[in-house]
Write a new protein. Structure first.
Length: 159
């Protein structure tokens, strides 16, 4: 069974989004051993300068990189990442499972991810060119991964 680790910055405040995330994590359990690692976002002042943001991203990078399991295939969610269809994402996941027993997906803070984290990733993925609330994005990623496993297994979930 594949190990899936989601490293995310921040936590979900709204109960309905926590419930949705928990439901997809539960569903993913049929396909993988799932771990959610929530890290605290670095504190920033109101109206932060670019140097404040860079320092925060570097602080977050240290904690993110320390949380990545050894020998994992690392997928960083990034604006500049590749966009793909659900079927293509499923194919990517299936190909990875042929060479690795662990996949680690990383969602950065509202300012994204540091270049160090992006450089450490095996793959950069973008779910959309659109901007979404950070907390909703986590649910969207969990659903996308769940959908990918359903496509791989040939279930009726994906139509």
């Amino acid at each position: 069974m594949i190990n899936l680790k989601f490293i995310v910055l921040g936590n979900i405040k709204e109960q309905y989004l926590r419930d949705a995330a928990a439901e997809y994590i539960k569903r993913l359990g049929a396909f993988a051993k799932v771990e959610l690692c929530e890290l605290k976002e670095a504190r920033l002042p109101d109206n932060p300068s670019q140097s404040h943001i860079d320092a925060a991203l570097e602080d977050e990078a240290q904690r993110i990189l320390a949380a990545i399991p050894p020998r994992s295939h690392v997928i960083a969610l990034a604006v500049e990442g590749r966009q793909m269809s659900s079927e293509d994402f499923a194919e990517h996941i299936e190909n990875v499972t042929q060479i690795s027993s662990a996949i680690c997906l990383i969602i950065g803070s509202s300012h994204g991810l540091s270049q160090r984290v992006k450089a450490a990733a095996d793959y950069k993925l973008s779910l959309s060119k659109m901007t979404f609330p950070h907390q909703l994005f986590r649910v969207m990623l969990l659903e996308s991964v769940y959908r990918a496993f359903n496509i791989i297994k040939g279930t009726k979930y994906h139509k």
